[in-house]
Write a protein that binds this ligand. Sequence first.
Ligand code: AVJ
Length: 319
Amino acid sequence: MDNFLQLYECEPAQNTFRKDVMQGLGQQPKSLPSKYFYDETGSALFEQICSLDDYYVTRTELQIMQDNIGEMTALLGPRCLLIEYGSGSSTKTRMLLDHLPQPAGYVPIDISREQLYASVLTLHERYPQLELFPVCTDYTNDFELPEPRGEVARKVVYYPGSTIGNFDPGEAQAFLHRIAGICRGDGGLLIGVDLKKDFALLHRAYNDRDGVTAQFNLHLLERINQELGADFQREHFNHYAFYNPEAGRIEMHLVSLQEQAVRIEQMPIHFKRAESIWTENSYKYSLDEFARLAAGAGFTVRRIWLDKEALFSVQYLSV
Ligand code: AVJ
């Protein structure tokens, strides 16, 4: 990597993982934060999910981007600094970068250092002129954004994939409020928001027939084994994902198949038969619900792009 490509390291401390795991498994009901899915293996499994036929999310969002890329990049305009939260492989971003006139730079932010390194190298090869400011951090905490030296006309935050759905509505609003502080002035937020839809389609997206989502979910136990020396046996847990219509969200759980005790650093954690660890929420919004949520954070929805079946939305918001 060239010298000018400095990686801003604010990696989450190891003891944050330990503390969060201990706290989550010490609670009733047991839970684990979904951000911990994304170590190197977990990020790779997520990439695999994104290419599954059963997972309509990525394919649909990419189609919306492709169909409207001209209008989107015209809205962002020249000398735009693009800031992406949870940039992963930056696949959708490449579509923006292919069309953006004279971007002022790209700030990819990701919790997985390996994933971030790999995508920054690819981006640098493909866009040698583009200034890259990668930040490795758990962006749910406060951190300082890098500032490019050159002229920046506006800051646009890119938040695709409906990652916003991982937050409870209250947390989502608080997060959007933080983002609004960055886009204030002439900037904006380009965000992918998954929509309410037929339960069967949702169910299939989180219970794919190749079992990749199950692997992704169960990998969290392996990560705890690897990093905290625990003795989870993944055969003793099942992936369980379902749509909760009252709450408007997919819930993912790991269900204990038997009564058992697992040790994490000498601490025994007891599981009753059929007890679950709640590992993820993925909220689905109606367009009205999301507009209200965004308004509460100080945002106005300026533009909404949909696919033909209105499964997913890409929206441009400004303060
Ligand atoms: C990255 C949070 C948008 O909720 O659909 C995919 C994560 N979990 N399959 C989602 C996920 C299981 C994904 N997000």
